[in-house]
Design a protein around this ligand. Structure first.
Ligand code: IPM
Ligand code: MG
Length: 368
């Protein structure tokens, strides 16, 4: 059998720095665990635009379609702000999501014990928090037609369209219900059925599928604005949340910040199963390219490392190795190793991006 394949797209800003630490973890697995990946690397985002005039070259797209999993750093930067929409760095990411048909975006928001004080909420509200937002990723207002800026009479009008088909709702609902089954058998679906027809349909389809196929899961429904409020009021009432593309974008940022550390959160974007039975998949940290600290060795590589842990679990059936990596990260945090973004009021000396990588590798060694 050939080695599992991985396409690495470090992207822009701090992407290459945090990804370099993941490469060390990959090498560690090869050297110490005999788990060897065929790793290739490509460009996405602004760096691809600089080289090819497009944020995602067709060859890179084809490579992404051919591998077992894609690992992405981050895209974007202020120098690309005025580019035409069609070639903005973000379009590279959106094209990957759309053409790989990665409809289920898993965004865990987990509060590490060692970091509970970092949340802007009170410690007892967030300590032990472990929720999973499943965001629909390939449809809705991000992709709906018509879209554009048009002229109507003597003024311009900007139009985007929220559009969901039953099957699009059904497949992400099933993905979320499957996850709920593996967790605490509780799912909350969020939309705005009080004002949007797409929300009425969303609620209807989720209810039907849950009733017919997942009678063991307790399903509730909430308007997304109330959901946002409940997330900051009492986030531990939730376990798995399923929602559309735009609400998911917003609610997942909100959930991420509950944990006090955006630099810690991984994500997985999953599609339909491939020939090998595993889903098409792209893994990326929730944080962005952080151009303000890029190239300074300050970035926290943990979100990207934990994204690779998700890849081990969901794409490579290496749950035990994923556990080992997640435990190593927890150990490092418990030992007080901190990058600059994790410095509390008590201060201390932050480690660099590489320093955090060193600590994780040492914890991995210690786990053997
Ligand atoms: C995210 C980001 C993206 C999105 C951007 C970079 C296009 O905010 O992954 O949450 O809006 O989906
Ligand atoms: Mg976002």
């Amino acid at each position: 059998m050939s080695n599992p394949s991985l396409l690495i797209l470090p992207g822009d800003g701090i992407g290459p720095e945090v990804m370099a630490e993941v490469r060390r973890v990959i090498d560690w697995l090869g050297a110490k665990r005999g788990i060897v990946f065929d790793v290739s690397e490509g460009l996405v985002g602004g760096c691809a635009y600089d080289k090819y005039g497009t944020p995602l070259h067709d060859d890179t797209m084809a490579q992404a379609q051919a591998v077992d999993a894609v690992l992405l750093g981050a895209v974007g930067g202020p120098q690309y702000d005025n580019l035409d929409f069609s070639v903005k760095p973000e379009r590279g990411l959106l094209r990957l999501r759309k053409e790989m048909d990665l409809f289920a975006n898993l965004r865990p928001a987990q509060c590490f014990d060692a970091l509970a004080d970092f949340s802007s909420l009170k410690k007892d509200v967030v300590a032990g928090l472990d929720i999973m937002i499943v965001r629909e990723l390939t449809s809705g207002v991000y992709f709906g037609e018509p879209r554009g800026i048009f002229t109507e009479g003597n003024e311009r009008v900007g139009i985007n369209t929220q559009r969901y088909t039953e099957s699009e709702i059904a497949r992400v609902a099933r993905a979320a219900l499957e996850l709920a089954r593996k967790r605490s058998k509780k799912l909350c679906s969020m939309e705005k059925a009080n004002v949007m027809e797409s929300g009425v349909l969303w609620r209807d389809v989720v209810s039907k599928i849950a009733a017919e196929e997942y009678p063991d899961i307790a399903v509730s429904h909430m308007y997304a604005d109330n959901g946002a409020m409940q997330l900051v009021r009492a986030p531990k009432q939730f376990d798995v949340i399923v929602t559309d593309n735009l609400f998911g974008d917003i609610l997942s940022d909100c959930a991420a910040m509950l944990t006090g550390s955006l630099g810690m959160l991984p994500s997985a974007s999953l599609g339909a199963p491939m020939k090998n039975g595993r889903p098409k998949a792209l893994y990326e940290p929730v944080h962005g390219s952080a151009p303000d600290i890029a190239g300074q060795g300050k970035a926290n590589p943990i979100a990207c490392i934990l994204s690779f842990a998700m890849a081990l679990r969901y794409s490579f059936d290496l749950g035990a190795e994923a556990d080992r990596l997640e435990k190593a990260v927890e150990k490092v945090l418990a030992d007080g190793v901190r990058t600059a973004d994790l410095m509390g009021p008590e201060g201390g000396v932050p480690v660099s991006t590489t320093g955090m990588g060193d600590a994780v590798l040492a914890a991995l060694d210690a786990s053997l």
